[in-house]
Design a protein around this ligand. Structure first.
Ligand SMILES: [Ca+2]
Ligand SMILES: [Ca+2]
Length: 120
């Protein structure tokens, strides 16, 4: 009986540890995003598929990252806003987005974004 109880305790401890680790990791990601001012992730395909690239600061020309005219979905963390431009060096038509998940790029900029700027 004692052994069975001990076994049960072990299982519970392990489960609790796993849950705690998961919660701490999520908290760490959130804290990291807040401290760094968040980030933006660009994905080649809609619904956050096709491979992505992550930025925490403005980028004047996505060609440098082999991501020109490719973005089809976007995830933004943190409280700042980002503006996405059709052309390099923050020129051309643009869309402004805040924190959130955008499974499709709006504003006619699908497969057109070439630069992005943090604006707040
Ligand atoms: Ca695309
Ligand atoms: Ca472009």
């Amino acid at each position: 009986m004692s052994n069975i109880n001990n076994y049960g305790v072990d299982i519970n401890n392990k489960t609790l540890a796993e849950l705690s680790f998961s919660a701490v990791k999520e908290l760490s990601d959130e804290v990291a995003a807040t401290c760094s001012g968040g980030s933006v992730s660009l994905f080649r395909d809609g619904n956050f598929k096709g491979g992505g690239i992550r930025f925490s600061n403005s980028d004047a020309n996505l060609s440098n990252n082999n991501f020109n005219d490719a973005t089809s979905s976007i995830v933004i963390t943190g409280n700042q806003k980002w503006r996405f431009y059709k052309n390099a060096n923050f020129k051309g038509p643009s869309v402004t987005l805040g924190r959130g998940r955008y499974p499709r790029v709006s504003g006619g900029l699908n497969d057109s974004i070439t630069s992005l700027k943090r604006i707040s």
